[in-house]
Write a new protein. Sequence first.
Length: 258
Amino acid sequence: ERRLTTKIIGHPVIFLDEVDSTNNYAKTLGASNAQNGTAVVAARQTAGKGRLARKFESPEGCGVYLSIFLRPKLQVSDINCITLMTAVVVADTVEELCGLRPTIKWTNDVYLNGKKLCGILTECSIEGESGAVEYAVVGIGTNLGQTSVDFPEEIRNIATSVFQETGVRIAQADYAAALLKNFERYFYEQHFPENKASFLGQYRKDLFFLGQEVTVVGMTGQYTAVAMDIDEEGRLLVRTEDGRTKALNSGEISIRMK
Ligand code: BT5
């Protein structure tokens, strides 16, 4: 905490040796009068989670598993964009500390040299009918120190760490402090969500498949399309083979590179 130079984000930081999921823990803060900006960090997670009940591998000593608890004045439609903003926050932080800028895979994955370095999971609780966000939890899991044998076999070919790609060892506390600082910069100093341009421009630059053909995999099947752009709501605009433009939400589909 000595390293922390923020005003809101990371005040306080709750350190845990072990937890099922820092996101689950942070959500329980919603019922107490926990402070906006509280961060939860765990040395390891026993049930770190991704989207759609997928697992996020969270071994001790290798990564930073962190959730930020927010009581933001936001509408539920802004929640997608927090995830996009956070991907830029992660890319800035990794570049700052190891010199190599990651790329982003829409919506919530950060990659180094074509392999996944970090996943982001934003969850929120909605107030009654109004659509206002009561609280939001932004979970960020970043691989810092793993070598390939540290990953379970099923993700060995798709996952990586900062150390594996660059040889740079980033201390967990340095990474967490820089991450919280960058989060505060985009979220407060640059006025999320009014000023989406502050991160959307960078997000578009960091995306690694704009202009390319992708396979869109949805509930009802899959199709080929060209990824065109990201709109103001954080949706991916694709052009289908019959020339129509579709706006895709993150929840229900996934994208595969051709
Ligand atoms: C994500 O989901 O990538 C979101 C991960 C969010 C993790 C953070 S850690 C702190 C907080 N507490 C939590 O419980 N969660 C958040 P998704 O896009 O659904 O990707 C999940 C997929 O990524 C898995 O199915 C694996 O293929 C792959 N994967 C699992 N563990 C990984 C790891 N450590 N590094 C890279 N890829 C991984």
